[in-house]
Design a binder for this molecule. Structure first.
Ligand SMILES: CC(C)(COP(=O)(O)OP(=O)(O)OC[C@H]1O[C@@H](n2cnc3c(N)ncnc32)[C@H](O)[C@@H]1OP(=O)(O)O)[C@@H](O)C(=O)NCCC(=O)NCCS
Length: 241
């Protein structure tokens, strides 16, 4: 069995959506934002994730997937992982740096509108947001914006790791690191910083520390007594000696 890291294509979107949904099922932010499991609509959520990934492809965002590959003569499922060739077992979904002083390109602006339009269509088709607590979503957006305004000191912007996940069957095998390295190495070559937020303190903070990130701030999204903590981490570019 081997796992390849390749750029996300249109054909990989369903597999990537499935991987993200499974990996984040127990994520503290996900549970806080989709707080009533009886209202959760997995198809509506999949449609939204697919629309966002499509947006990422259209905007040339650096998004990679980890896929199981096999030698041509190998036909059996892998004894250890039991997943067929082609299965997406990891996703790293980044946004490229955007300097606050630079105007957004019109092409990105057009994609923003297209994404909003798609979401509107899904709201009608699925009769709502699929269980997303919209009030909490906006709390998160506000808290996140305040954090970025204080933490993001580099005027050139940051490579922002929006989502990284690895299928539970393939964790601890170096897949997450390989997925992240794609962009981290590019950032190093360009002397650019990287940024991420994780709602899982343990074990994620130490996993990302091993990749060169430093914990810079802990923020809290609070809706009454229900609080979701986020760990904000920055990775400064490493120069090659
Ligand atoms: C976080 C995640 C992407 C890491 O991917 P992974 O493939 O398991 O990580 P890797 O095997 O590449 O390990 C990377 C490093 O962290 C270390 N590590 C891995 N799991 C660890 C754990 N549970 N505790 C401490 N360190 C760990 C590895 O030893 C490695 O360090 P090294 O390079 O010094 O050897 C994956 O665990 C995951 O998908 N978790 C669930 C979803 C999630 O929380 N996503 C992140 C939201 S921000």
């Amino acid at each position: 069995m081997s796992i390849d890291i390749v750029p996300l294509t249109q054909a990989d979107i369903p597999g990537a959506v499935d991987c993200v949904q499974k990996a984040f099922a127990d994520d503290p932010y996900f549970r806080w934002a989709f707080d009533d499991p009886s209202k959760f609509n997995i198809q509506r959520n999949a449609a939204s994730l697919a629309a966002h990934l499509q947006y990422g492809i259209s905007c040339n965002c650096p998004i990679s997937v980890a896929k199981i590959t096999r030698a041509a003569n190998e036909t059996k499922s892998d004894a250890e992982i039991h997943l067929p060739a082609g299965t997406v077992v990891g996703v790293a979904w980044w946004y490229s740096p955007q300097a606050p002083s630079m105007a957004q390109p019109w092409s990105v602006w057009a994609q923003d509108w297209l994404l909003s339009f798609r979401q509107l269509i899904y709201n009608i088709r699925f009769l709502g947001r699929g269980g997303l607590n919209v009030h909490r979503y906006w709390i998160w957006k506000k808290v996140q914006q305040i954090a970025h305004d204080t933490i993001w000191q580099d005027p050139r912007g940051y490579y922002f790791c929006n989502v990284v996940c690895v299928d539970s069957k393939a964790r601890g095998m170096g897949v997450g690191k390989k997925l992240m390295e794609n962009v981290m190495e590019k950032a190093d070559r360009e002397n650019m910083p990287c940024y991420l937020e994780s709602s899982k303190g343990y074990p994620n903070v130490s996993i990302y520390e091993r990749m060169g990130f430093e914990l810079v701030k802990e923020i809290e999204c609070a809706d009454g007594k229900d609080v979701c903590k986020l760990y904000c981490m920055i990775r400064n570019p490493k120069s090659k000696e």
